[in-house]
Design a binder for this molecule. Structure first.
Ligand SMILES: [Zn+2]
Length: 235
């Protein structure tokens, strides 16, 4: 961000690029559907608050999330985006050797689990992730929870190799289309009032726990092609 600022790029130009970030067409409907079915949606991300808020607001879904937990950021008086670590590791370490020094998502999930327990509620967690930073929180999920790792990404690989350490039910997904199908199927199965509709929902998920060896290598060609992002300033 300092480099972009020194090159004369404005925050408005950065915002325009964030708004062009490709989004699979089923992601926003999946968020809306999960929200309308009564899920309490939270984002736990190693990106930063400014990026996430800008993208969510652009897609009109920022109010669907009760909490966004990410690295703090703000625009300083010179118009430069400043990003800070979630855990101030220069002062004290989070002491988790699975996670990068700035953020242990496992500690965050533990805090959310504790809040839910203190409210006296019995809630089931559905955790979606793809990166290696999502492995630590995956280890904290209970056997009544669900884990949705994106296939052919680091988390799914770690889950496959350490399946004995994972208590949650594992449901893989490839793209936004499958994400929505799998997510709604899990929500419906947890939701007695709408359980009758469950039978009509096709089952597409592959259980990462049961995957033998490496994940299939023919899957990436089925991924939607990313839309090229034009340069910041073409003038
Ligand atoms: Zn951790």
């Amino acid at each position: 961000m300092s480099e972009l600022h020194s090159q004369g790029k404005s925050m408005e130009q950065i915002v325009q690029v964030l708004k062009r970030t490709p989004m699979h067409p089923h992601i926003v409907p999946a968020i809306e559907a999960a929200y309308s079915l009564g899920c309490d949606l939270k984002i736990v991300s190693d990106a930063n608050i400014f990026f996430i808020r800008t993208i969510l607001e652009h897609h009109g879904v920022s109010d669907r999330f009760s909490e966004i937990i990410a690295n703090p950021s703000f625009v300083d008086e010179e118009g430069r985006l400043r990003i800070f670590p979630y855990h101030d590791y220069l002062k004290s370490s989070h002491e988790c050797n699975l996670c990068p020094p700035n953020m242990c998502k496992g500690k965050i999930i533990e805090r959310i689990q504790k809040c839910v327990a203190e409210e006296g509620k019995s809630k089931k967690f559905i955790y979606l992730g793809d990166g290696s930073g999502d492995f630590c929180p995956s280890l904290r999920l209970k056997d009544t929870d669900s884990l949705m790792p994106r296939k052919d990404f680091a988390l799914c690989d770690l889950v496959s190799k350490n399946s004995n350490s994972i208590k949650a039910e594992v449901h893989g997904w490839v793209d936004g289309d499958e994400l929505m199908q799998v997510l709604l199927r899990i929500i419906n199965s947890h939701h007695p009032a709408i359980k009758s509709s469950e039978d009509s929902t096709p089952t597409m998920a592959v259980d990462c726990k049961k995957m033998a060896g490496p994940t299939p290598m023919d899957a990436p060609k089925n991924l939607p092609q990313a839309i090229p992002v034009p340069p910041l300033n073409s003038s």
